[in-house]
Design a protein around this ligand. Structure first.
Ligand SMILES: Nc1ncnc2c1ncn2[C@@H]1O[C@H](COP(=O)(O)OP(=O)(O)OP(=O)(O)O)[C@@H](O)[C@H]1O
Length: 464
């Protein structure tokens, strides 16, 4: 992309020089500066004078220690310096307790040694994005921020009859331990609904771990979900705790469950039926107590097609089904969303809340919103950034209609690129991919050769 690192400053604390060297090289892709320290003592001056976006903290310092007591104590001290600090624990000895204990004490996430570079980068990037949104929310005087960059600064809004049904279902399902399947198009608020379910559940004080099955590459999903033991396959140089095990006692959110490969579906079914997980290569199952919330944007006919999804697994996952309606079917929610997000972004960017002209308001209220609430949110952010002293006009929102509404003549074939500005070309390609795939993020990301997370970042960057 050539636009330099996304984030400013990261600190890695580990007593192993090789790890420090490797992580410094790797993390330079994300951070303008990566500082390293061989002990928490050494790290404090690096942290006190300048707040890092992310701290990576080794769980075990004392030689031969495996219970992570020292790492956990340091975690508490770091959070004592700044309770908003985003700390990712490095767990070497793969004790599930370490990962879970760290998350319970305020770590944002964990990575197990040895890590895959892609996984480490994805975890750290998400953590850094969280830090950024926490900072923005604090600057804006916002209420406590939920633990996700996606949902920072928002609750599940909407009072339309369709959303009232959703709220009522959430309230009734949350305190039970029933597995919940959340359905809906991209951007309808499935992740927000999942967080709300966890927040209102009896497990609210336990961890909620997310696995985005659309973002993890297929060959990593097995280890990511179920874990593995040392020697299970060539690269398995140490035990690794899977997310299912790490979520023990809490909630596991399986986003984009439709991307779970068919070959792994029976394995997840076994976990749900027997309440135990067997890491790859292990010969004994480990008991787990998890509540599963899954989400998908797959249309029902695909979900009910045995060639895509095992029906016995579906039956386990959808004890309660919550269907989030597309925004075009509840346009009466638009005014509340406008008010909320204009205020949110005005605070975030230190601007006055812009006025919306009558024509612009009418446009927002009649648009078909193929990208749903996410698209409305982005359109409002862009409008706040570009607002002048006059009321906003329809053009200030740069709305893209869904493919069905675009006249055939407007669907242009690929053409030679006249404008070579990389940024504008990127924006156009992203827009075209989204439009072509009816705003299905997974398909558009696929077409562009990007992960879903990478596509979201580009959509945000271009205000799409
Ligand atoms: N009802 C709502 N009230 C307030 N904000 C919402 C609502 N629904 C969605 N949003 C906002 O829209 C964005 C997308 O929401 P979310 O990630 O929960 O959708 P999703 O259905 O999980 O999307 P995807 O399937 O593309 O991952 C987020 O920024 C979220 O805060």
């Amino acid at each position: 992309m050539g636009s330099g690192p996304e984030f400013d400053y990261c600190v890695v604390i580990d007593d192993d020089d090789d790890i420090l060297m490797a992580s410094r090289l790797l993390l330079r892709r994300l951070f303008a500066e990566v500082a390293t320290a061989r002990s928490p003592d050494e790290a404090f001056p690096l942290i006190e004078t300048r707040t890092p976006d992310v701290v990576l903290l080794d769980a075990n310092f004392a030689r031969g220690a495996t219970d992570a007591a020292e790492g956990l104590a340091w975690l508490e001290k770091l959070l004592g310096v700044d309770p908003e600090m985003v700390v990712v624990m490095i767990t070497a000895h793969a004790g599930v307790q370490v990962a879970v204990a760290a998350m319970k004490r305020g770590a944002t996430d964990f990575v197990s040694k040895p890590w895959s570079n892609d996984k480490l980068l994805a975890t750290v990037r998400t953590a850094a994005a969280l830090r950024r949104s926490r900072k923005a929310a604090v600057a804006g005087g916002a209420a406590p921020v939920p633990a996700s960059p996606v949902v920072a600064g928002s609750a599940l809004l909407g009072k339309s009859p369709a959303m009232a049904r959703v709220h009522s279902l959430i309230a009734r399902a949350a305190p039970t331990d029933a597995n919940v399947l959340v359905l809906g198009e991209n951007g309808t608020g499935k992740e927000l609904a999942a967080r709300e379910l966890h927040r209102q559940s009896l497990r609210a004080n336990e961890v909620m771990l997310t696995v985005d099955l659309g973002a993890v590459s297929e060959d990593l999903i097995d280890s990511e979900l179920f874990g593995h033991v040392k020697g299970a396959f060539t690269d398995a140089r140490a035990d690794r705790v899977g997310r299912i095990q790490a979520a023990d006692g809490g909630t596991l959110f399986l986003d984009e469950i439709g991307n779970l490969p068919l070959r792994l579906q029976p394995k997840l079914l076994t976990v749900l039926e027997q309440r135990q997980v067997t890491p790859v290569g292990a010969n004994r199952p480990v008991p787990v107590d998890i509540r599963v919330i899954a989400a998908t944007n797959l249309p029902l006919e695909k979900l009910h097609d045995e060639r895509h999804f095992r029906q016995d697994l579906l039956f386990r996952l959808n004890t309660v089904e919550i269907d989030l309606p597309p925004l075009r079917e509840r346009l009466e929610d638009v005014p509340e969303l406008i008010e909320h997000y204009l205020g949110h972004y005005a605070r975030r960017y230190g601007r006055a809340v812009p006025q919306i002209g009558a024509a612009a308001r009418a446009t927002l209220l009649s648009h078909d919103w193929p990208g749903n609430v996410r698209a409305l949110r982005h359109a409002l952010e862009r409008a706040v950034i570009l607002a002048r002293d006059v009321p906003l006009e329809p053009e200030d929102f740069a709305l893209v209609a869904s493919p069905a509404r675009i006249a055939p003549a407007a669907v242009v074939p690929p053409r030679p690129v006249d404008d070579l500005n990389l940024d504008r070309v990127e924006r156009r390609l992203v827009e075209e991919a989204l439009r072509k795939h009816g705003y299905n993020i997974s398909l558009a990301a696929n077409a562009l050769g990007l992960s879903r997370a990478a596509l979201y970042r580009r959509m945000e960057k271009h205000g799409l």
